[in-house]
Write a protein that binds this ligand. Structure first.
Ligand code: CP
Length: 305
C-alpha cells in the first residue's frame, strides 16, 4: 500500500498505517546502511532540493546522505548564499527553483506553515524538515523507529517528553505520532514551558522530573531553545538544571531502566548532564544513524508514489 498523502507535512492526522509503513520501510534501509556499499538505485533520475532557511546539522546532513544513498540528484540551498539576500521573495525563489525541473523539496523554515504554503505554489513533493514551533515529522519518526528497535511495540509504552515543550516542534510531532501508535504520552517541565491546554492532545502533564523518571519507560529530553527566547521562561539555566536536568544520580535513584532520547543539539549541563549524554541510558547516536534510514524511507515512499 502506498502512503495516503504525496507530502509529509506533519504527523497530525497521519493514519497509523502510514506510520507503520514508514517504520517498516526504514528497517529495510537500515540494513542497507550496514552494507559495504551503502547505495541503492531507487531514486535514480529524481532531483531533490534541500531548502534550509534555518541552521541545521543533523537533519540537513541526514537528508542529503539519504538522498545520495538512494542515488537521487541533490541540490542544497542556503539563505546566506542566495538571492533572498538581494530581496527576492520566498515565492519567487521557489518558482525559479521549480522552473529547473525538480521533483521534491525538503524544507526547513523558522516560520510555521511554510511547508503547507509550498504545497500551494509547487508541484513537487514537499517534506517538512522543521517549521518554526509547529512540526518536525522526520525527527519524530526516527525517534519512534529508535524506540521500536528497543521495545518492539508502542502499545502501552510510557513516554515522557521533558523540557521546553512550548517552543518545540519535536514535541508536537512526537505527541501526534506516538499517541496514534498507542503509546501513553506525558510532558514534563516548568509550567512556563508547558502550553496551556496541552492535555486536550491526550497527554498528561507532570512538573516533577523524579516522577517523570519513575513513571516512564522512555524520556525524550528536549533542548532549552535559547534562540527562541526560552531563557525568559526560566530564572536561569542553572536553576533549570537543578530542577529538571537529567543526571545519573536522578536516574539511578528513580528508575535505572529508563531509556533517554534527545533530538540534538544538546545543551550539556542544562537538560542533560554530560555523564547522561554519553552514558549507558541514552541512545542518542543510534537516533542519528536511524535518521538516515527513516529519511531514505520517506523519500522512497513519496518519490515512488
Ligand atoms: N534534531 C535536529 O533537528 O537537529 P538539527 O537542528 O541539527 O537539524
Amino acid at each position: 500500500m502506498p502512503l495516503s498523502n504525496r507530502h509529509l507535512l506533519g504527523l497530525y492526522g497521519i493514519p497509523r498505517e502510514d506510520i507503520q509503513l514508514i517504520l517498516d520501510t526504514s528497517s529495510t534501509f537500515r540494513e542497507v546502511l550496514e552494507r559495504p556499499i551503502k547505495k541503492v538505485p531507487t531514486l535514480t533520475g529524481k532531483t531533490i532540493v534541500n531548502l534550509f532557511f534555518e541552521n541545521s546539522t543533523r537533519t540537513r546532513i541526514s537528508f542529503e546522505l539519504a538522498q545520495k544513498r538512494l542515488s537521487a540528484d541533490t541540490v542544497n540551498f542556503s539563505t546566506s548564499m542566495s538571492s533572498t539576500k538581494k530581496g527576492e521573495t520566498f515565492k519567487d525563489t521557489v518558482k525559479n527553483i521549480e522552473a529547473m525541473k525538480i521533483d521534491m523539496i525538503v524544507v526547513r523554515h523558522q516560520s510555521a506553515g511554510v511547508p503547507h504554503f509550498l504545497t500551494k505554489i509547487s508541484n513537487a513533493n514537499i517534506i517538512n524538515a522543521g517549521d518554526g514551533r509547529h512540526e518536525h515529522p522526520t525527527q519524530a519518526l526516527l525517534d519512534m523507529y529508535s524506540i521500536r528497535e528497543k521495545f518492539k511495540s508502542f502499545e502501552g509504552l510510557r513516554l515522557c517528553i521533558v523540557g521546553d515543550i512550548a517552543h518545540s516542534r519535536v514535541a508536537l510531532s512526537n505527541i501526534h505520532g506516538l499517541i496514534t501508535m498507542g503509546a501513553k504520552v506525558s510532558v514534563c517541565g516548568p509550567p512556563t514551558m508547558i502550553p496551556r491546554g496541552i492535555e486536550s492532545l491526550g497527554v498528561k502533564v507532570l512538573h516533577s522530573i523524579d516522577k517523570a523518571i519513575q513513571e516512564n519507560d522512555v524520556l525524550n529530553v528536549l533542548r532549552i531553545q535559547l534562540e527562541r527566547k526560552a531563557g525568559t521562561n526560566i530564572p536561569s539555566v542553572r536553576e533549570y538544571h537543578n530542577y529538571f536536568g537529567i543526571t545519573a544520580e536522578r536516574i539511578e535513584k528513580n528508575n535505572p531502566n529508563i531509556v533517554i532520547l534527545h533530538p540534538g543539539p544538546i545543551n550539556r549541563g542544562v537538560e542533560l548532564s554530560s555523564e547522561v549524554a554519553d552514558g549507558p541510558y541514552q541512545i542518542i547516536l543510534n537516533q542519528v544513524t536511524n535518521g538516515v534510514a527513516v529519511r531514505m524511507a520517506v523519500l522512497y515512499l513519496l518519490g515512488t508514489l
